[in-house]
Design a protein around this ligand. Structure first.
Ligand code: HEC
Length: 156
């Protein structure tokens, strides 16, 4: 019975779109705005008493804001992705070109129009973005890749 509902909802969406009275939020526009606002200097004021604190905070942010979509181990094989047929990228590929703190802070801030939230505009702070990026590079990736036998040597 759920299916019937989905189909009729789809038909309503199409009808609405024709009348221009049903505009989905323009994600591409939000991404462009965030890109224009982004600056590496946003993170200048972020400092930590210890990397363990930063890592702990990053783990918390990951659990609250990322895990639902990207999965506990960052592999992207989540219920969320399956249900929506989203191409959820793995964050733990061995040769991931994004595996650097600066790059990740940028990607997380700006988001992406294909389903990655625009976190710079979604109320998470540069401090939280810094922490989660640090956690991905220094803990999650080495943990997962180490288990698969390929830990990068950036691990402290
Ligand atoms: C609502 C689901 C959702 C949430 C929540 C989410 N992401 Fe994503 N993320 C995606 C999708 C879908 C993509 C791939 C398509 C795209 O870029 O939009 C993606 C892409 C990415 C990428 C780029 C991956 C690549 O290889 O191109 C990174 C990095 C990333 N996410 C990190 C995070 C982090 C860190 C968080 C938490 C702060 C997070 N995501 C929260 C859905 C999500």
């Amino acid at each position: 019975m759920g299916r019937g509902m989905v189909f009729s909802f789809g038909a309503a969406l199409v009808a609405g779109a024709c009348g221009h009275d049903f505009e989905p939020p323009d994600r591409a526009e939000r991404v462009r705005e965030a890109e224009a606002q982004y600056s590496v200097t946003m993170f200048d004021s972020v400092s930590w008493s210890a990397d363990s604190v930063r890592d702990f905070q990053g783990n918390t942010v990951y659990a609250e804001k990322c895990r639902r979509c990207h999965g506990t181990m960052g592999r992207g094989d989540t219920e969320y992705a399956r249900e929506r047929r989203l191409e959820m990228p793995s964050l733990v590929e061995p040769d991931w070109p994004l595996a650097a703190l600066d790059t990740l802070r940028h990607v997380v801030y700006v988001g992406h129009e294909e389903g990655m939230p625009v976190f710079g505009k979604a109320g998470i702070t540069p401090r939280e973005i810094d922490a989660v990026s640090f956690y991905l590079v220094h803990t999650l990736r080495p943990d997962v890749l180490g288990a698969a036998g390929g830990a990068p040597d950036e691990r402290e």
